[in-house]
Design a protein around this ligand. Structure first.
Ligand SMILES: C[S@@+](CC[C@H](N)C(=O)[O-])C[C@H]1O[C@@H](n2cnc3c(N)ncnc32)[C@H](O)[C@@H]1O
Length: 215
């Protein structure tokens, strides 16, 4: 994603009604204080420009949706997209995914989506991949028992890496395919910005759903 820095983006993000500033304050209280309902809590990590969330929050109004994105210029595009939506089940966090355990209590999250995460192909950048075992352990610490992690990527190497790391980090694989669109898992699939780019070039999409093994 080529990025033009915008000096005003930080302030616009901070002041946007859908952005929760100081998310640590709501650890353990997302349902009771922020959303004020008992609906399941789903996170999309590395939301990008927000196409998936702006659609799914309308199609699934009984879910509390949170998008996490660390680059303010990109988040601003997701926020702009969300402005025309007449829903109250969507919030955004401007932060790094590594802050997740500071913001969510053990078992507070029902589902996590990882959509076309940056592949970080160089070996020395392995730890930056959002499916590195250190991240997978963090996700486990906030997911409820029976919670789910869903991943889509165009990148075969990242997909294989993720399968290996999931095994290592104590997840069980529930669904998996190297060609989402040729599989039964495509039913109800909502494409992201990156996904549309890749599918328009007829590239296959790798998909998996995993759950932390009960200890
Ligand atoms: C390749 S884009 C994919 C965007 C979107 N999910 C899609 O499928 O169209 C990856 C996004 O994840 C964000 N990202 C990467 N690492 C992150 C991290 N550690 N914390 C928060 N956001 C991150 C990037 O800034 C970027 O917007």
């Amino acid at each position: 994603m080529r990025l033009r820095r915008k000096p005003y983006a930080k302030q616009m993000v901070r002041e946007h009604a859908r952005v929760v500033n100081d998310p640590q304050k709501y650890k353990g209280k997302w349902r009771s204080v922020v959303f004020r309902n008992e609906h399941p809590l789903y996170l999309e990590l590395g939301t990008g420009k927000g196409r998936f969330l702006s659609r799914v929050c309308q199609e699934q109004p009984d879910i509390n949706w949170i998008g996490v994105e660390r680059i303010e210029e990109i988040l601003l595009q997701a926020l702009n997209k969300s402005e025309e939506l007449l829903v109250d089940n969507l919030r955004f966090l401007w932060m790094d995914v590594k802050q997740l355990p500071d913001c969510f209590a053990a078992g507070e999250v029902d589902r996590i989506y990882l959509h076309f995460s940056d592949p970080w192909p160089k070996k020395r950048h392995t730890k930056r991949r959002l499916t590195h075992r250190s991240f997978l352990h963090q996700y486990k610490s906030v997911l409820k028992p029976g919670g789910e992690l869903l991943l889509k990527t165009d990148n075969q190497a990242l997909f294989q890496f993720s399968l290996d790391e999931l095994e290592e980090a104590g997840y069980k694989l529930v669904e998996s395919t190297h060609d989402l669109y040729a599989s039964p898992f495509a039913a109800g699939n909502i494409p992201t910005e990156y996904e549309e780019k890749f599918t328009s070039k007829n590239m296959p999409i790798h998909y998996l759903l995993a759950q932390p093994k009960s200890s």
